[in-house]
Every structure is written in C-alpha cells, then in structure tokens.
Ligand binder design. Structure first.
Ligand code: ADE
Length: 351
C-alpha cells in the first residue's frame, strides 16, 4: 500500500542520505553486525566503539561463533567498552539466536524483543535499519529532536513525555518513504546537529518545521531533569574584534540572561576543548586562543566562563543576522549585556 509521506520525514531522509558519517557498522549491514553495534553503542560514545567493532565481528563473525566462545574470550574482546553486562547479554542473545532462530538474527520487533539486552529502542533500530520495517525508535537523541520539533517542554523523566515521543516517532515513521533513512537520520541529526546545548539550527534540514526554533525555545527544550544540586554551566565565550569593534550576539529570549548581548558563546554542561568550541560557534573562526576562566555563582547555577580570543577566517563575512552585530568598544555600554559579557569584557580590558 502506498503511504503518504510527509515533508519532515522526507527532509530527514534526504539529509541523512547526503550526510551520514561513514561508520563501520554502516558499511556492511547485516542483522548480526547491527545487533553487535547496537549493544556496543548502548551508553557508549560512537568514538569509543569505532576501533572495537571490526575486531569483535571478525573474531565472532556469526551468532554461532559468539555462542560457542568462552566468557573469557568475549570479555577480552569487549575490553575498553565498559558495562560488561552488555557483553554477557550479547552472548546470551547469540545463544537464543542459535537455539530459537536457526542462527540468523531476526529483524522483526517481536522476535528481537525476546533477545537478552534488546529493548524497544534496539529492536526498533534493527527492525527499521536492517529490516526496513516502519517501526519507531526513541533514544535520547531522537527524543530531544522530537521534543524540539513539537516544542514539547515536558520533563524528560515524565512518563507522559516519553509516551508522546514514542507516539510522535510512530506517526513520523509510518509516513516515511524509507524508515531506515528516517530513523538513522533522526539519530544522526540528534547526535550532530540537534545537540543538547548549542544546537546548530542553521544546518538542520527541518528547521522550518521546528516549533521550538520558531519560539526561540530550542535551548530550553527538552526541559532538563530537576536537579537537587545547583546546575553547572560551562560558558565558552569567543571574543572577536576587528578594527576597534567587538562582535556581539543576542542570547535567546528565555532562560539565563535571556535576550541580553554577549561575545559569541557556546554553553554546555561540560567544558569543551578549543576545537569543539570553534566547531559549534556558528561563525567562520580561524583560530581561538584561551585567555582565562572565571567562575560565577548564581542562585541556582554555577557558571564557568571560559574566555577565548579568536579571529575570523580571512575574507569571511559575518552572517547577516539580527542577533549579531559589530559594536565599538565605547558603545558597548549602550547595549544590555549579560553579566557574563561584562566579566568577559573586564577580563579582556585588563589583559
Ligand atoms: N546507526 C545505527 N544505530 C546507531 C547508533 N546507535 N548510533 C549511531 N549510529 C547508529
């Protein structure tokens, strides 16, 4: 039956087809390789899995090979990946595959859910990406993307919020032309573009449809888990000066220092290295040099201000944007600046 596809799904599919990273488990798609990679990727960064994946599937090329291995051999091949329970689950899953499914990993959700270590997300991922079935997936990355797309400011730990995300993922995949591209595209967008802090909306294929972006609320959605302790923010400011003028940006309307001006900055819960900062600031920065770090204690937050000085790439133009302007040093006092911006300014002046 022909499905009516929707614009959002098509945009994600086309973006993924053109932008997918070349990852080892994407090169040769088999249900076994998909199962191994998904279990390795649970709670673990892609970068860490990169070097471990091929040696593992070469040593255990089939479910049967893993089912027959000693636990010692399995754990040895899992070294460096942590959470060793996943390795034991993978071996148990291989044993079930051999005993119940004739040695071939199934690609339908119902059968996949009978395998140890395989939950709704992992089953959906394998069934859609390898099996081509129109079944949903929701993980942290996808949930953030869907919450922003629908401007849903529910709390991530709330059961109603989780249910809504699965319902949205289902609605989308059922109207997609290529469930495999849609689902993996959502994972990839969540990992690389629709990131927790400092989402790169300029490079997002569904920015036009994104309700959070329309409301300038993408930075506050999804609502972070309620924390007892004060929240820690790493604010990485890049001071860019040209011919006596400072480049300043306007903060999003809501949240901390909402609507105030500051040196272009990237904020996130962890401190970033210079390369990550340059990558995330939506400006063509040629180089950035660290100046110093200041710490500010606010009522509910601790803000670490990491101050960098940077230059724009030669000949680069600053994007025409209402939220970005060059201001003479003497005129900065006329703009509403955030307290971070003042601290940064004072630091550079005294440097
Ligand atoms: N492709 C399929 N599953 C993936 C995952 N969990 N992370 C990144 N890329 C994937």
């Amino acid at each position: 039956m022909a499905r009516s596809t929707c614009k959002t799904a098509r945009a994600i599919e086309a973006w993924f087809a053109a932008n997918a990273r070349d990852l080892p488990w994407r090169r040769d798609r088999t249900p076994w390789r998909a199962l191994v990679s998904e279990l390795m990727l649970q709670q673990t960064q892609v970068a860490r899995v990169l070097e471990r994946f091929e040696p593992f599937v070469q040593r255990f090329p089939t479910p049967l090979a893993l089912a027959e291995a000693t636990e010692h051999d399995v754990l040895q091949m899992w070294q460096g990946l942590g959470y060793y329970r996943r390795a034991r689950n993978l071996q148990k899953a291989a044993i079930v595959v051999v005993a119940q499914y004739g040695g071939a990993v199934p690609v339908d959700v119902e059968s996949l859910l009978t395998l140890p270590g395989v939950g709704r997300y992992t089953a959906g991922s394998i069934a859609s990406i390898v099996g081509g079935h129109a079944v949903p997936i929701v993980d942290g990355n996808v949930s953030r993307l869907l919450a922003r797309l629908h401007c849903d400011d529910g709390a991530v730990e709330d059961a109603g919020f989780v249910r809504r995300m699965w319902a949205r993922a289902t609605a989308l995949v059922e109207r997609s032309a290529e469930p495999s591209l849609l689902n993996e595209g959502m994972m990839e967008l969540g990992a690389r573009v629709c990131t927790p802090s400092g989402p790169a909306c300029g490079g997002c294929p569904i920015r036009q449809q994104c309700a959070a972006r329309q409301a300038s609320r993408q930075h506050e959605i999804p609502r972070p888990k309620r924390r007892a302790a004060s929240q820690v923010i790493h604010h990485h400011a890049v001071v860019i000066r040209r011919r006596g003028r400072w480049l300043v940006e306007k903060r999003p309307a809501g949240g901390l220092w909402g609507g105030l001006w500051q040196a272009p900055a990237v904020e996130c819960p962890l401190e970033l290295g210079v390369e990550a900062i340059v990558e995330r600031v939506p400006l063509p920065i040629a180089n950035a040099v660290r100046v110093d770090t200041l710490t500010r204690k606010l009522t509910h937050r601790t803000v670490h201000l990491h101050v960098y000085e940077g230059t724009l790439c030669k000949g680069a133009r600053v994007p025409a944007d209402e939220g970005l302007q060059w201001v003479r040093r003497g005129d900065l006092g006329e703009l509403p600046l955030s307290s971070a911006a003042w601290a940064v300014l004072d630091l550079i002046d005294s440097h």
